[in-house]
Design a protein around this ligand. Structure first.
Ligand SMILES: Cc1ncc(COP(=O)(O)O)c(C=O)c1O
Length: 402
């Protein structure tokens, strides 16, 4: 036996998700004196606390038996109907061929899709950089990640075509975050959305469209979801209430063709039986009694101010860095001049008690170098943004002088 305990033989599917140097850097965020631009969390003002308190109390008074009981794997019926109605009205999503399942956050919609569509050794074509939670979910099912660059107008669709045309591996699906992408904040143009769908049709593959930020829109309206352009059930759409209501309640959803949803339901049954029923009922009552769109409009006004403030500080302090102006979402994306390492920048900044996420954390191959880094503006206060960006600016200066 080893000195430090049992030498466990962990499964390959989890072995590939070993803690990385990046996670070590991010550990500093646990120190309360650190200014963190590393999170992806909504601000506390984005939670409708009073309404949730009132609804919860009433629910326990009048419907405790149902709210505390088991539910069905498809999700709480009224919430499914409300969600279908809402995404149809707002984004033109959903046809009579589609069905909807409530999932434990959008994260689970991604994970279950990988479970249902991917065999070990299959590939996923995805943006590079992309959302780590999704990449790790895909890795955990033994899927190989084939990354393509994210251009100003979204995923490099020509690179997608090249991979599809080569046909080296079976493609489980194409994974994209077309609107306010995490981490780059970029949005895919309408032309590219159409082209991607055409390619998916031509090569007979499924698209997994992940869109948790679509409602956090601060400037112009983004193009329609790819799923809204899809007439033959080729797109699985993952959505979430995390960024517009609360991530702690863990309520998201997937909208897809009925046969796909049937499989997702079976897969979910095995994973966690159903999404938390109490909070599904709270959310459902909120949607019935209150104005979620009005709440989102308020949150967007506040986030827009924060985005603009952080952009102004980026301009003031981050000389030599190119910083994106995202139309929505929660992040700015900075790029150092070619040849400089975002990881090194974040390491220097972390020593000065400012946390940001290096671009390499979002790569399909974390060991590659990225000149990018991600900054969150929803959580820090203006004071923290002012101070933190000044410190980050010093870190940039130190790095570029090297
Ligand atoms: C791109 C993207 N997809 C999905 C999610 C999952 O969110 P949730 O599971 O809270 O709905 C996140 C969360 O940060 C995200 O950034």
């Amino acid at each position: 036996m080893e000195k430090n305990g049992i030498p466990y033989q962990f499964a390959d599917r989890i072995g590939s998700l070993a803690p990385s140097a990046i996670r070590e850097i991010l550990k500093v965020t646990q120190d309360p004196t650190v200014i963190s631009f590393a999170a992806g969390n909504p601000a506390a003002f984005a939670f409708p606390v009073e309404q949730i308190r009132e609804i919860s109390a009433k629910l326990l008074e009048t419907s405790a038996e149902q709210a505390l009981q088991y539910g069905v794997s498809e999700g709480y019926g009224p919430l499914r109907e409300q969600t279908k109605e809402r995404i149809k009205r707002k984004f033109g999503l959903g046809t009579e061929k589609d069905e909807l399942i409530i999932t434990s956050g959008g994260q689970q919609a991604l994970e279950l899709t990988a479970k249902v569509l991917g065999n070990e050794g299959d590939a996923v074509i995805c943006e590079n950089p992309s959302f780590v939670g999704a990449l790790n979910a895909f890795r955990s099912y033994g899927l190989k990640l084939l990354g393509v660059p994210v251009e100003e107008d979204g995923m490099d669709v020509s690179a997608v075509e090249k991979i599809l045309a080569e046909g080296r591996r079976r493609i489980a699906f194409i994974y994209t975050i077309p609107t306010y992408q995490n981490p780059t904040g970029r949005t895919m143009s309408l032309a590219k959305r159409k082209r991607l769908l055409e390619l998916a049709e031509k090569y007979d593959v499924v698209i997994l469209e992940d869109s948790p930020y679509v409602e956090l829109s601060y400037d112009e309206t983004p193009p329609p979801p790819i799923k809204a352009l899809d007439t033959d059930g080729r797109v699985v759409y993952a959505g979430s209430y995390s960024k517009v209501f609360s991530p702690g309640i863990r309520v998201g959803f997937a909208l897809a063709a009925k046969p796909v949803i049937s499989k997702l339901v079976v897969a979910k049954q095995v994973s966690d039986v159903h999404t938390n029923l109490f909070f599904s009922m709270v959310l459902s009552q909120y949607l019935e009694k209150y104005d979620l769109d009005g709440h989102i409009a308020f949150v967007c006004r506040e986030y827009k101010k924060k985005r603009d403030f952080m952009l102004s500080r980026a301009e003031k302090y981050l000389a030599g860095v190119s910083v994106s102006k995202p139309g929505g979402g929660l992040f700015l994306w900075g790029e150092l001049p070619e040849g400089f390492d975002g990881f090194e920048l974040c390491r220097i900044a972390s020593e000065k008690k400012v946390a940001a996420v290096p671009g390499s954390a979002f790569l399909t191959d974390e060991t590659k170098i990225s000149n990018g880094f991600r900054l969150n503006f929803s959580l820090p206060t203006e004071e923290q943004i002012e101070k933190g960006m000044a410190i980050l600016g010093q870190a940039v200066e130190t790095l570029l002088r090297k």
